[in-house]
Design a protein around this ligand. Structure first.
Ligand code: GTP
Ligand code: MG
Length: 192
């Protein structure tokens, strides 16, 4: 067997979009309904086995709260990959994701692999039409935890394409799409 290739990965995004939950799903295949906000950053590792190589992700899960904002460059500076997370029911979190992408493209390493991830897919019912962005006033309360989608898949996909990002929608709660994020990043890592 080959020696794993170590890859530093950083997660960025607005508070409460589910960064830690996506990592918890990937690393422990678990989900917590009431996950406490991250303080500073958390470090976790997980291997990803591909046909021709093993990638060992060294994951820095940063805190989204504004008071930790100044710490972020420390974590993305040497990162080979970045996962920028937003919540598909929150247009402000999508704006924040875009500003992280801009910052990464200016300040992170020039060949950083960036994945844009729209999380909380389980909250929206797939049979509903998407709402206009920011049109929260027309949202109707519904049973259970269902909420209206603020960012359509098409809009995010188009933005990702023009900005050269990988793009995924996920649910840390159900696990949908989570492994794919890390597998697709792993596939883009050049063999040493
Ligand atoms: P900070 O550490 O403060 O930046 O937040 P975070 O981005 O790490 O968010 P966290 O993973 O702590 O999740 C925030 C809340 O959203 C928690 O109550 C989670 O249970 C919930 N959550 C996370 N992902 C999902 C998801 O895919 N679906 C649903 N329904 N809830 C989620
Ligand atoms: Mg967190």
């Amino acid at each position: 067997t080959q020696k794993p290739v170590q890859v530093k990965l950083v997660l960025l995004g607005e508070a409460a979009v589910g960064k830690s939950s996506v990592v918890l799903r990937f690393v422990q295949n678990d989900f917590q309904e009431y996950k406490e906000p991250t303080i500073g950053a958390a470090f976790l590792t997980q291997k990803c086995r591909l046909e021709d190589k093993v990638i060992k992700f060294e994951i820095w899960d940063t805190a989204g709260q504004e008071r930790f904002r100044s710490l972020a460059p420390m974590y993305y500076r040497n990162a080979l990959s970045a996962v920028v997370v937003y919540d598909i029911t929150s247009s402000s979190s999508f704006d924040k994701a875009k500003s992280w992408v801009k910052e990464l493209q200016r300040q992170a390493s020039p060949n950083v692999i960036i994945a844009l991830v729209g999380n909380k897919l389980d909250l929206v019912d797939g049979s509903h039409e998407e709402d206009e962005e920011g049109d929260d006033a027309t949202a109707t309360p519904t049973a259970g935890q269902e909420q209206s989608r603020a960012i359509s898949r098409d809009e995010a996909q188009a933005y990702a394409e023009e900005s050269n990002l990988l793009f995924f929608e996920t649910s840390a709660k159900t696990g949908e799409g989570v492994v794919e994020v890390f597998t697709e990043i792993a596939k883009k890592i050049p063999l040493e």
